[in-house]
Design a protein around this ligand. Structure first.
Ligand code: MN
Length: 422
């Protein structure tokens, strides 16, 4: 028997048409691969979609692909992630649950004594027992773990799988922490002695073995859900899903199944002690021999120039010329480019996500509030979540007043405020 484990697919993340096509293609090929291998079931551990209401184009191909899986007789078990959950509005996940193409695994109930109980969903064909807790954004799900009554979960017999969407301290590398700077929880928050811990939220493939926690696995994103994921792809990161084999004795094999996405070209230029003119020249030379057709090109320029302004490096022209040569997409990373002649002080960070977190972190000390949610690390997470919500675009044909009301509702829910949403 075998199951496939996915997470952080982030359908709808890509903004340009060529990368949207790759995103769709990768998703469809991955699910078709599962059908071809006759997996017994599929797990998706959160952030299946990049937003709770993705655009119709995304919903259409996702529904079609999941219908094929359903018709092949393969159940799909999911939890929400921090991106596709909404406390105030219906999520596309709820629509897919209604069609019967997927099952939401979370069976969480509050007890009178303040603890919380978690129930199992049993996979009919294999008898595997699944329990899971969704990611709620701003690491709010951690409060569920703190109240979780783990005894009955640990006493359950049979093959047990625990699905989660969150960072586990023991598994997190410094790079992970920089990429998604939210709170991590200790492994001991999970019920012990499950056969397999199916993780989501961390975008890099990672597996660990610990006492009482034999298989803790993060498949990572399928393609990209952060801009930095594309750069990691260009540096050679293998993306795909995890295939786990099991029998009556437990898990017998765990391995990553690679799903190729697209071709990349990574061009790095060290600008240290060079003039802006020399940097332009060097970029030109390095790109002259490049064959960017049908590739995603990542141009990374870093270092402190001796002369000229960072704006003298003509990234727009470079990007144009690469696109004329047929590049699928040109991503320019210049966060670590500076000049001795013109210093600009900015919040540090490589990605928009990091910059936001760092800026909030540097400024949150000025918030004079007795409310714990608005200060410290929790305040930073809440601010990041609000920024994410407020940056969401209107849906196609969505009237302005409906859009405003929806976004206001989402923001109020994130702040845990009731009241007139007008
Ligand atoms: Mn994610």
């Amino acid at each position: 028997m075998r199951f496939a484990h996915f997470s952080d697919i982030h359908l709808g993340f890509q903004k340009s048409r060529p990368l949207q096509d790759v995103e769709q293609d990768v998703f469809e090929r991955a699910l078709d691969d599962c059908i071809r291998r006759s997996v017994d079931f599929i797990l998706i551990c959160g952030d299946t979609f990049h937003a709770n209401i993705p655009e119709m184009r995304v919903q259409k191909f996702a529904f079609a692909a999941l219908r094929r899986v359903h018709e092949a007789g393969i159940p799909v078990y999911v939890i929400y992630g921090s991106h596709d959950f909404s406390p105030s509005a219906t999520s596309v996940i709820d629509l897919l649950v209604e069609t019967g193409y997927i099952t939401n695994v979370q069976r969480l109930a509050s007890n009178d004594d303040g603890t919380m109980s978690l129930g199992f969903v049993t996979d009919e064909k294999t008898g595997a027992k699944l329990a899971g807790i969704s990611g709620l954004g701003a690491s709010k799900d951690i409060t569920y773990y703190e109240k979780l009554d783990r005894g009955p979960l640990e006493a359950e017999q049979g093959l047990r799988i625990f699905m989660l969407h969150g960072a586990i301290s023991e598994m997190r590398t410094a790079d992970d922490a920089a990429q998604a700077a939210d709170a991590a929880m200790p492994l001991s928050y999970m019920p012990r002695n499950f056969d397999y811990y199916a993780g989501g939220h961390m975008h890099r493939y990672n597996r660990g073995k610990f006492d009482d926690y034999p298989h803790v696995v993060y498949p990572g994103t399928l393609f990209a859900g952060f801009h930095s994921d594309l750069e990691e792809n260009a540096r050679g990161a293998t993306r795909g899903y995890v295939l786990a084999e099991f029998d009556d004795t437990g898990i017998t094999d765990v391995r990553q199944i690679e799903i190729k996405n697209c071709e990349y070209d990574m061009v790095r230029v060290n600008a240290t002690h060079k003039t802006s003119h020399a940097v332009n020249e060097e970029i030109g030379q390095k790109l002259a021999g490049a064959e960017p057709a049908d590739k995603v090109v990542i141009l990374s320029v870093s270092g402190r120039m001796s002369e000229g302004k960072t704006t003298d490096v003509d990234f727009a022209a470079i990007s144009d010329s690469l696109q004329k040569k047929g590049a699928v997409e040109v991503k320019i990373s210049r966060r670590q480019l500076s000049s001795a002649e013109y210093e600009i002080t900015e919040s540090k960070g490589e990605t928009a996500e990091e910059i936001a977190v760092n800026s909030f972190g540097e400024n949150i000390g000025q918030v004079d509030s007795g409310v714990a949610e608005l200060t410290g690390r929790r305040g930073v997470e809440l601010a990041k979540r609000l920024l994410d919500i407020l940056g969401r675009p209107a849906l196609e044909n969505e009237p302005l007043n409906v859009y405003q009301e929806r976004i206001t509702g989402e923001a109020m829910a994130a702040l845990e405020l009731d009241g007139e949403q007008k």
